[in-house]
Structure formats: C-alpha cells, structure tokens
Design a protein around this ligand. Structure first.
Ligand code: G1P
Length: 302
C-alpha cells in the first residue's frame, strides 16, 4: 500500500526492552532508562525530544522489569497530594510534567530478539503511517534537535530517513554504518551494514538512534532473517529499503547530525551528559563549573 508522503508524522516508537548490562550493578533492579541525568530520568529527555518534534503519541516497546518506567509516565496521586498540601508548586509541576507529556502506550517484546523485532512489535499500533523510532540510550542535547529536519525530509521525498553522525574510524564497529552519496543537497543512503569491522566499513558515517520510517518497513522486517549477533537487525531491513523503489515506500535518506549526542548506556558518555547538561542549568551550572575548575587545577582531577 502506498502512503501519502506528506502525511504528518505523529507517532514515536521507543524500544526500551534492553537489559542494561553495561551499567551493572546499578541496573540490577531498576531499568537503565531510569538512571537520572541531572534530575530527570534519561528516558524523559527522549520523550521530551519526541514531543518537541510534534510526536505526541509514544509507544514504548518494553520487557520485563520496566514497571518503574511505566510509573514515571503515570500520575502519582499520593505524592501529588503531599506536595500540594505543602504548597510546593514547583516540585508538583516537576512531578506532573512527565505524565502530561504525551499519549503513552506500551507493548511487550517478550523475548529480546533484536531491535528490528522490537520495531515490528509496533506494527499494530502504528498501522499505515510513517513513524519515528527513538532509541532510549541515545540522548540528543535538547539544544540540538534533529527530528524535525528528518520528518521534513520524509514529508518532502517519502521513504525513510536515518540520522547519521561522523565518528572516528575505530568506533564504526559499534554502530550501523551507511554508504551514502550527496544528491540535491541531501544525503542518499545506498547501503547499510550493522557494526562492520573497520576494514569492511564503507564510510565513517554511523547511524545513531533516530529514525523516521515508512510503514513498509514492517513488511520487510517480517521477512528479515537474524543477522549480527543472531538478532533481527533494523539496519538489515533498512538496507533492503534503500534498494526498494520509491513507489512502494522504498528509499533511505540521511540527515548528518553535528550536534551533541550522548550514549547514556555507556558510563563515560553518561557522565559527560550529566556534567554537560548540569553546566547549562542556571541553578547548577555556575557552582559546578567553579568546582570542576578548582578540582582540575588543584587536584588534576584526582
Ligand atoms: C543500535 C543499532 C545500530 C545503531 C545504534 C545507535 O545498536 O543496531 O545500528 O548504530 O543502535 O545507537 P545498539 O547500540 O543498540 O547495539
């Protein structure tokens, strides 16, 4: 079925079924997405980013042990009453901010069979519309929005859009990697490979966790065989989409992102996110900067 390419994109799919093993033991009993970045769980930034781009319908693809995440995007009436009777309007607003953000839905993945499989779980909810996928581990600095540009590209040309970032060659094996050419001022993706060894990577353009997908991706994912790591890879489905004709929803374009992006599932990048975002805050930024400078000068960071 052909989908009107100009139709507004309103749905975001956020896969959060991962185990968070890179952050153990912190993530033994809480979902990795709930680790705080300054004073909000990492996943709240992702939902705020979706909403800022006009995606007010959010489907989480969850797994077992993700109840705290579901609670975070729900009301907490007891806490609200306690804050309200104390007259603490500021904290009350902070508590209410996450439940009023978007229309939130959940579907369970069951077995962790890969990112492609997680996206396939969204088929019934999404239907025949183009939709966005935001990976919970990727935190885009709120000052550097990229989704709107990706959605605009989809609306102009149809097909699917990936977010690309140049990375040092030795890091490309951590990402999906795109072969791309520049056509009419934007990037046309010709091929994609999931986590290639550096000597087999066609470029240093890494796919980062933001996608705008044509719903034909579901048909492709249904026949995508397990790939790297024995998992059904979204990158493999995108590779097929890149080679499919535009008339049936094929074609993959890319937006090259040059802003700040953090991998909150990685300890070093997580710390950088916390520090960077705290430095930008009016309340915490100035004293944190002063402390950091004195630590670096006096103690050389030790
Ligand atoms: C996933 C994708 C990969 C992409 C990455 C971006 O990998 O499979 O193609 O480059 O997200 O963060 P993961 O990091 O979940 O292993």
């Amino acid at each position: 079925m052909q989908v009107a390419k100009s139709m507004r994109v309103t749905k975001a799919v956020v896969p959060v079924a991962g185990l968070g093993t890179r952050f153990l033991p912190a993530t033994k009993a809480i979902p990795k997405e709930m680790l705080p970045v300054v004073d909000r769980p990492a996943i709240q930034y992702v939902v705020e980013e979706a909403v800022a781009a006009g995606l007010d319908d959010v489907l989480f693809v969850t797994g077992r042990h993700k109840t705290p995440l579901e609670d975070h995007f729900d009301r907490n009436v007891e806490l609200e009453q306690a804050l309200s009777s104390k007259g603490d309007d500021e904290k009350l607003a902070a508590v209410r901010a996450s439940d009023g953000l978007a229309r939130v839905h959940y579907v369970r993945q069951g077995a962790p069979r890969g990112l492609g499989h997680a996206v396939l779980m969204a088929q019934q909810h999404v239907g025949h519309e183009a939709f966005a996928v935001l990976l919970g581990d990727d935190l885009i600095d709120p000052r550097d929005q990229v989704l709107e540009e990706m959605i605009a590209l989809r609306q102009e040309h149809g097909g699917s859009v990936v977010c690309l970032m140049e990375v040092p060659a030795e890091q490309i094996s951590l990402y999906g990697c795109a072969a791309a050419t520049v056509v009419d001022g934007h990037v046309r993706v010709t091929d994609l490979i999931e986590k290639p060894p550096v000597d087999q990577a066609p470029s240093n353009l890494a796919v980062i966790g933001r996608y705008v997908l044509d719903p034909v991706v579901f048909d492709v994912l249904e026949r995508t065989q397990p790939g790297r790591g024995g998992e059904i890879q979204l990158t493999d489905a995108l590779r097929e989409l890149a080679q499919m004709p535009a008339e049936i929803g094929g074609g993959v374009r890319g937006v090259v992102f040059r802003g700040r992006r953090y991998d909150t599932g990685d300890r070093l990048s997580y710390l950088q996110a916390v520090i960077q975002l705290a430095l930008e805050r009016d309340d915490l930024g100035p004293p944190l900067k002063q402390w950091l400078m004195s630590r670096l000068v006096d103690g050389e960071g030790k």
